[in-house]
Unconditional design. Structure first.
Length: 77
């Protein structure tokens, strides 16, 4: 059975109540499947409308890409 454990909640920029909710999700795809990091977006602060799952094995690579994108974005501002 899948279990969600909240790790952090961040304010979602550009919204009044929005939240980014980061959690660990055990057995996301059935019995004995590997844990993932779940990143959810709740525009009203509580009901998650969008969600992404990132396997821990991909986390470093995803972080690297996001940091690169952020650096490039900041150059345009």
């Amino acid at each position: 059975m899948s279990v969600t454990t909240e790790i952090a909640t961040l304010d979602l920029a550009g919204t009044k109540k929005g939240k980014i909710i980061i959690s660990n999700l055990t057995e996301p795809y059935g019995k004995e499947t590997a844990d993932v990091v779940s990143i959810g977006i709740a525009l009203n602060g509580k009901d998650i409308e969008w969600k992404s799952h990132v396997p821990y094995e991909n986390l470093d690579e995803v972080i690297e890409v996001l940091q690169k994108v952020n650096k490039e974005y900041k150059k345009t501002k």
